[in-house]
Design a protein around this ligand. Structure first.
Ligand SMILES: Nc1ncnc2c1ncn2[C@@H]1O[C@H](COP(=O)(O)OP(=O)(O)OP(=O)(O)O)[C@@H](O)[C@H]1O
Length: 610
């Protein structure tokens, strides 16, 4: 086998643009598109669809402009008194603009020359910037073309069965690649029971990939005892024992938060159970994460997984993804990379400081404020809700699953992004927490326009997102009761949300409940929750924001206390224009010295290998 090019030789290249291109389009389908969500819009009323392709939309806009009429929206709010005014058609003026200077877009994006990042009007005056959201970039709807480096790792893992650790700075597509790897492995192993174990260091990260925590997979409880004692414990747990024996590939996501001692214990346990003295008993490992992001929690002296005695032996190959997808502005990418390595130049410090201005978003959709503490998140969201002064509607989740112990169950359920009690009001700013189709993805932001009865979809002309079981508005039914299907929901009012898409277009949809699960490789659902796939999004914890891509971000660095937190928070933003930073303090953005040192040795090791 030809030796794969290890990106770690190019850790330095992180500071500049990367160039790996890719030829073959790989269809990207995070969750199967709901037949209803896309097809309804396009097939039932194509001329009114807010979800048509960007090109169709532009043609219609131009046609409308020529005919001197405004663009119709999918569902008009019944109450015109929304909290803020949104332009009827933000793309219209662009249509009439002279062609802008071409700009460089990262591979994976398609530029037809019609849109220019610089065309977003961000006028700075007296420490205030006005931001008129315009189409950001045009990405091929429905497809993400994996870069060359992503494809290379995919092949090594799926085709060649190699154990790998791949890292990369924020936004380099680690999660996108992991989803492709999971897809590929599931296809490879088909029905082989327990073959692919999808785990992560924390519950939230595990939920994001539809898996379980590494603790839960391993059956080690808190994992405090030594490996031999834990081995005895697992031997008495038939299910855990069988998982360890059958697993062919163990995926560990967000490894930066995994404790180094635990890594060694797991390796030893695998060897003991499988009677194979190789690390992890010979199980193929796929480990990913960015050690410059959040560190292991709950211990004073942090021991990172790369400090584990078995780390190198267990994962002989390491790769560094270098192509940043989340941001396309090279200045911002460079600033984030400097920050990641704790090497901020004065120029970048000045630039970060200049971002303290308030940004006025002309479409009324405000930034998401990121806080390190949950209390601040609740307080911020609650105070914004109270200001709305519209009727509160409570959506209570319907929970289930095989874990019955209330504490254990509560802990599992608390990892879901979906709330047990979701309170919404007309005008509430919300974020979608599930990939629904190509355009409405985890992280899509919107505003609740009104509440309506799904049975009136045809009459009132709106589309419905999410067509599964029903959460209980008002909490009238017990939380554990599994309730009926869509047809049984007659009379229940669900929110109609106007989403702002990455293309700059709007999509107005009714949002219905979706199910969220913590599932073992056997298919056993440990905990499940049926709830609207929405959360209030004026504020979010940095912890929950990990993995998200946000176009409008506000961070007060004065509140940040943990290494890596500032980097995670700022790197969620897609552009400098959509980022506001209060109390910027260079000492708050320092990388952990162990991680910085480790990354240097890695670089050297790979250079030697070359
Ligand atoms: N090959 C690609 N082509 C186009 N867009 C991509 C590609 N890979 C990733 N992206 C996009 O880049 C953004 C960041 O991707 P992703 O969340 O996978 O990065 P990440 O490395 O996991 O980031 P983080 O470490 O910050 O969580 C997402 O919007 C994703 O859709």
């Amino acid at each position: 086998m030809s030796k794969a090019k290890s990106g770690l030789a190019s850790v330095k290249r992180d500071f500049s643009s990367s160039s790996v291109g890719s030829q073959d389009a790989i269809p990207w389908d995070p969750t199967p598109p709901k037949a209803t969500s896309s097809s309804q819009t396009t097939s039932s009323t194509p001329e009114l669809s807010a979800r048509e392709t960007a090109r169709e939309r532009r043609l219609r806009e131009i046609q409308n402009a020529l005919n001197n009429r405004s663009t119709p929206t999918l569902a008009e709010p019944t109450k015109p008194s929304l909290p803020s005014k949104r332009p009827s058609d933000p793309g219209l003026s662009d249509a009439l603009q002279p062609t802008k200077k071409p700009r460089k877009l990262p591979p994976g994006y398609e530029d037809d020359g019609e849109h220019d990042l610089s065309s977003r009007s961000t006028a700075f005056s007296r420490n205030k910037a006005t931001y008129t959201p315009a189409p950001l970039t045009k990405r091929k709807a429905g497809t993400i073309e994996l870069s060359g480096e992503q494809k290379q790792i995919l092949k090594l893992v799926v085709d060649d069965g190699e154990s790998v650790f791949y890292t990369g700075s924020a936004g380099t597509g680690k999660s996108v690649l992991l989803r492709e790897i999971i897809k590929g492995l599931k296809k490879k192993y088909g029905r082989v029971q327990d073959a692919v174990a999808m785990t992560a260091s924390t519950g939230i990260a595990a939920c994001n990939i539809g898996g379980v925590t590494i603790h839960s997979f391993a059956g080690i409880g808190l994992g405090i005892e030594d490996a031999e004692k834990l081995f005895e414990k697992i031997r008495r747990n038939k299910k855990a024992l069988s998982r360890w024996t059958r697993t062919k590939v163990l995926i560990i996501d967000e490894v930066s938060m995994l404790d180094g001692d635990l890594f060694d214990k797991l390796s030893r346990i695998g060897a003991l159970i499988r009677r194979n003295m190789e690390p992890f008993g010979g199980i193929q490992l796929v480990v990913t994460g960015d050690f410059f992001q959040l560190p292991p929690v709950g211990k004073s002296g942090v021991k990172f997984a790369f400090e584990a005695a078995m780390w190198k032996q267990a994962i002989p190959r390491t790769f560094n993804l270098t192509q940043v997808f989340r941001q396309s502005d090279q200045e911002f990418i460079d600033m984030l990379n400097e920050m990641r390595f704790g090497q901020l130049t004065q120029k970048s410090i000045d630039k970060f400081r200049s971002l303290s201005r308030e940004i006025v978003y002309e479409d009324g959709l405000g930034p998401t404020e990121l806080f390190p503490r949950r209390e601040d998140v609740h307080q911020s969201n609650n105070s914004r809700m109270t200001r709305l002064n519209t009727e509160v509607r409570n959506f209570k989740s319907s929970d289930g699953g095989s874990v019955t112990d209330p504490t254990a169950r509560g802990r599992l359920l608390s990892n879901f992004m979906a709330e047990e009690n979701l309170q919404l009001r007309e005008g509430a700013q919300v974020m979608l927490i599930k990939n629904m189709d190509e355009q409405l993805v985890n992280g899509s932001m919107g505003i609740v326009l009104r509440f309506a009865d799904p049975a009136k979809a045809l009459e009132e002309d709106f589309d419905i997102l999410g067509e599964t079981t029903v959460a209980v508005p008002g909490g009238k039914k017990p939380a554990s009761s599994a309730v009926g299907k869509t047809t049984a929901s007659r009379g229940i009012l669900y929110p109609i949300v106007e989403f702002s898409l990455a293309t700059g277009a709007k999509a107005t949809m009714m949002v219905k409940p979706e199910s969220f699960k913590v599932e073992l490789p056997t298919g056993e659902v440990q905990a499940s929750r049926s709830q609207l796939p929405l959360i209030l999004a004026w504020a979010l914890s940095i912890h929950k924001s990990q993995g998200q891509t946000l176009e409008r971000v506000k961070v007060d660095l004065g509140r940040v206390f943990e290494k890596g937190q500032a980097y995670v928070a700022l790197s969620r933003a897609t552009s400098l224009q959509g980022l506001q930073i209060l109390n910027f303090d260079p000492s708050k953005v320092m990388a952990h010295h162990k991680v910085t040192e480790w990354s240097k040795t890695l670089q050297q090791a790979v250079l030697d290998e070359w």
